[in-house]
Every structure is written in structure tokens, then in C-alpha cells.
Design a protein around this ligand. Structure first.
Ligand SMILES: *Cc1c(COP(=O)(O)O)cnc(C)c1O
Length: 253
């Protein structure tokens, strides 16, 4: 038994509700893009070097299509069950969407994720590299991977210890269809985000020594994207600031 996604990804709105939703998303998206541009300006960075990933978890495929119509190409999801359904429901879009898997990933979901994901942000252990490598071979698709770094000692959020990053990165680089594209982190709750993201930046600097193409730094969510951009984030993962507050998800299966 599996719990159905929440809400059903195929939920369809009436035309006037769809119009209202489009206007809502357009407003919020403009506000988030303005925040990104302002944070980049304040940091002396070019905002075109920062990719906005809208995290559409718990939201229907219809929201993904509305965001695509508003010019978003990068979508983030944290559960294979939801992501695979939405990727299939949006496969006809042109230009094609890029799907980012940002959640904790079990090895038995690697085969599915390799069929639709373009970037996996949450590679944090050796067995996952092995599983993703096999899955990418079978799917005959390239998978860009980020090493997720734990910025504290809480095992609940996932992420490799900073000292483990280079070993995981070397393994990724040695797998034919996987590439090590950079690092990712979620800021710990009990520390100012700017301090935590500064440590992530150091981890990336060290990684770049051995893997000069691993330039991605995926950091920053609705509440802390400015701190992440100041620290050098190239990809921000924004959910609620664009899509509205999420209703609590049902318990995981
Ligand atoms: C949900 C989620 C986000 C987006 O969070 P918001 O606070 O809604 O912007 C970003 N990254 C990960 C890993 C997530 O699970």
C-alpha cells in the first residue's frame, strides 16, 4: 500500500480558478525574482548566474504548467512518487523542463529518478552513488549530481559530513553517466544561515580543487535565499514563497 500524493498531482482546476492561480503565481514569482536580483546586486554578482528552481512538491502538475508558462524551466521535487507523475504529465512541454530531485533518496528509488531527473541534489552516501550509477546506465541518461553536505550533526536532514564530500565526489566522477556538478545544503535551524552557507562555500572551494567543473552551489530556500546568494549560491530552491504555504503532508508511507 502506498499513500497517494497530496494532493493528487493530476488535480484540475475550473477555468476561473486556474486564472486566479496564474495571477497568484505570476505575482509571487515576480517578487522572488526581484529578491534574487536585489540580493545579487548587493553581493556584486550577476543575477543571471543564479538559477531559480521552483519546488513544486505537494502541488499539482497544473501548477508546474502554469510556472512553465511564466518562464520557469527548473522544477524541484522531493518525493519520487510525486515527481515521476508530474514529470510524465509535463513531458510534452517545449522547451523541456529540467527536474531537480532535492529530497532524501532511497536507493530503491534511484532507477525511477534516473528516468526523469536532470540533477540529483541529495547524493550523500556511497551506496547511493552506486545505485544512481547503475540506474543512469540502465536509463541511458546522464545525471548531474550534487553532494549534499550536512552543515550540522543532525542525521535527520541528510547530507554527508564535510570530510566525506571528496570521497563521494570522486566516486561520482568515476561513474560513466554521473557527473559531480557541485554541492547542496539545507541551512540548519539553530544557526544564522549566513554562517552555515559560508561553510558550504568553503566545502565547494575545496571540491573545486579536484573537480574544477563542480561549480554548482545549491543553497537558499524561501526564508534564506538572500544569505545563500551572498555566500555564492548558483541555484536557489524556492517553494512556498512562489507557490504559497504548503498544507502539511500526510505521513510518509
Ligand atoms: C521544500 C524544500 C525546499 C523549498 O522550501 P521553501 O521553504 O518552501 O522555499 C527547498 N529545498 C528542499 C530540500 C526542500 O525539501
Amino acid at each position: 500500500m502506498t499513500t497517494p500524493p497530496h494532493p493528487a498531482p493530476e488535480a484540475v482546476r475550473a477555468p476561473d480558478a486556474l486564472q486566479a492561480r496564474r495571477a497568484f503565481l505570476a505575482d509571487r514569482l515576480a517578487a522572488v525574482r526581484a529578491r534574487i536580483a536585489e540580493a545579487a546586486r548587493a553581493a556584486g554578482r550577476d543575477h543571471t548566474g543564479i538559477t531559480l528552481i521552483t519546488v513544486t512538491k505537494t502541488r499539482p502538475a497544473e501548477d508546474v504548467r502554469l510556472l512553465a508558462a511564466l518562464g520557469v524551466r527548473d522544477m524541484g521535487e522531493n518525493q519520487d512518487q510525486q515527481a515521476s507523475v508530474k514529470a510524465a504529465a509535463c513531458a510534452d512541454l517545449s522547451p523541456a523542463l529540467s527536474w531537480h530531485f532535492v529530497g532524501r533518496l532511497q536507493t530503491n528509488k534511484a532507477a525511477s529518478v534516473a528516468r526523469y531527473a536532470d540533477m540529483v541534489h541529495s547524493v550523500d552516501r556511497v551506496c547511493l552513488v552506486t545505485a544512481l550509477g547503475r540506474a543512469a546506465d540502465r536509463a541511458e541518461r546522464e545525471l548531474r549530481c550534487l553532494v549534499q553536505v550536512s552543515l550540522d550533526d543532525d542525521p535527520g536532514r541528510g547530507g554527508a559530513h564535510p570530510d566525506e564530500v571528496s570521497r563521494i565526489a570522486d566516486l561520482l566522477a568515476g561513474s560513466p553517466l554521473l557527473t559531480v556538478a557541485g554541492v547542496m545544503a539545507v541551512a540548519p535551524p539553530r544557526e544564522p544561515a549566513d554562517r552555515a552557507f559560508a561553510r558550504l562555500r568553503e566545502v565547494r572551494e575545496r571540491l573545486l580543487g579536484d573537480h574544477p567543473d563542480a561549480t554548482v552551489m545549491s543553497a537558499g530556500m524561501s526564508g534564506d535565499l538572500e544569505a545563500a546568494i551572498t555566500a555564492g549560491a548558483t541555484h536557489v530552491r524556492v517553494g512556498s514563497a512562489v507557490l504559497g504555504a504548503r498544507t502539511p503532508a500526510p505521513p510518509s508511507p
